[in-house]
Design a protein around this ligand. Sequence first.
Ligand SMILES: [Zn+2]
Length: 141
Amino acid sequence: MSSGAYERPVDPARSALMRRVRQKGTEAEDEVAEILRGLGVRFRRNVKSLPGSPDFANKTHHWAIFVNGCFWHRHQGCHRATTPARNRDFWLAKFEANERRDKIKARLLRAMEFSVVTVWECETQDLSKVRKRLKPIIKSQ
Ligand SMILES: [Zn+2]
């Protein structure tokens, strides 16, 4: 860590991991934005007026997209959804809270008759696949 004079001692491994994961998530979002633009649809990013602030949404056409980091949001069966051995309880509690929140926000949006799609960070390795998944909800416009 750099100017750590005022900072509380942190676990360097943990903060490096958090930083890496956060950056990756942002890249994945940019990829999805690119796809949506390519599909020629209108959208807003980080829509705070909707439950869970979807990463992308169109309120008129009732769709919302979450771009989820595989690590934070526990992509089932994904090799990125690891659990660090250190501070295991911390991580498990955090993951559980994230998953609970994700379920609730999807449920709230569906109750508002939104189509909800989750794009996993690892899926953005294959953009044509993501495009194929997003097309159906966007077609309904
Ligand atoms: Zn994944």
